[in-house]
Write a protein that binds this ligand. Structure first.
Ligand SMILES: [Zn+2]
Ligand SMILES: [Zn+2]
Length: 238
């Protein structure tokens, strides 16, 4: 489905994606960070912690292969702007470091307010290295759904990163996109698609539709640590 039609409940939701600008960084202030400035995110499906910029890339651009690294053109570890992220190797990483060192000045944040959830520092320089495999962010706008065919299907029809299959409300790519780019989520918050397409990962199409009832929450708590198993196969052991 590729309908740009948004529902009324979508319009009633307060938290929406603020959008990327090509020349300014996108720094989200609700994330936990490492000392180097990277945000960190636990992924239940692989039981691993992943840096925010790498996770954003894996959800909206593609999967790094082998030794490929997700690098910042802007040199700002906290930045999640997909226009500033690209796939490279040690060589590109080193040249970027030299570039950013040469032009270093404290990033300028225009019109910042203490209550801003997202700030947009202006990088001193943006690297122009070519991305590995030509893999680049295709951009996103409110009019078109964004699909990520490198992700796998959850048992209930959403998309998730490769790993053990879990329901969309536990491991859904749409929830990760929301938490990375729109705002923090409480475990019982229901993230819905204004486009009606559960496989879409366009941050413009995501909103909080409400909360699961506490009764359902208990089920959620019991279920969250249990992997979803495939259909019963006779003879597969006790
Ligand atoms: Zn940036
Ligand atoms: Zn959509």
């Amino acid at each position: 489905m590729n309908s740009p039609v948004h529902t009324e409940s979508a319009d009633a939701s307060a938290q929406r994606f603020a959008g990327f600008e090509p020349d300014t960084c996108f720094v989200a202030h609700w994330h936990r960070r490492t000392r180097s400035g990277y945000s960190t995110h636990y992924t239940k499906e692989s039981s691993r912690t992943v840096n925010g910029h790498r996770l954003a890339f894996m959800l909206l651009v593609g999967s790094p292969l082998g030794a490929e690294m997700v690098l910042h053109r802007c040199g700002n570890a906290a930045c999640l702007n997909l226009h500033h992220l690209y796939l490279g190797s040690d060589g590109e990483n080193l040249r970027d470091r030299l570039l950013h060192k040469a032009v270093y000045s404290a990033p300028r944040v225009p019109d910042q307010d203490a209550s801003d959830l997202v700030t947009r520092p202006i990088p001193a320089a943006l690297s122009r290295e070519a991305p590995s495999r030509g893999l680049a962010f295709g951009g996103c706008d409110e009019l078109k759904c964004v699909h990520a065919p490198w992700l796998i299907a959850t048992p209930d029809g959403y998309r998730q990163l490769p790993g053990r299959p879990l329901p969309g409300d536990l491991a859904g790519a749409h929830r990760k996109v929301f938490e990375l780019l729109i705002g923090s989520l409480r475990p019982l918050d229901l993230v819905r698609h204004s486009c009606g397409d559960k496989t879409c990962v366009n941050p413009y199409h995501l909103y909080i539709a409400g909360r699961q009832s506490p009764d359902l929450g208990n089920q959620y708590d019991r279920r969250k640590d249990r992997p979803v198993r495939g259909p019963y196969k006779p003879g597969a052991g006790a």
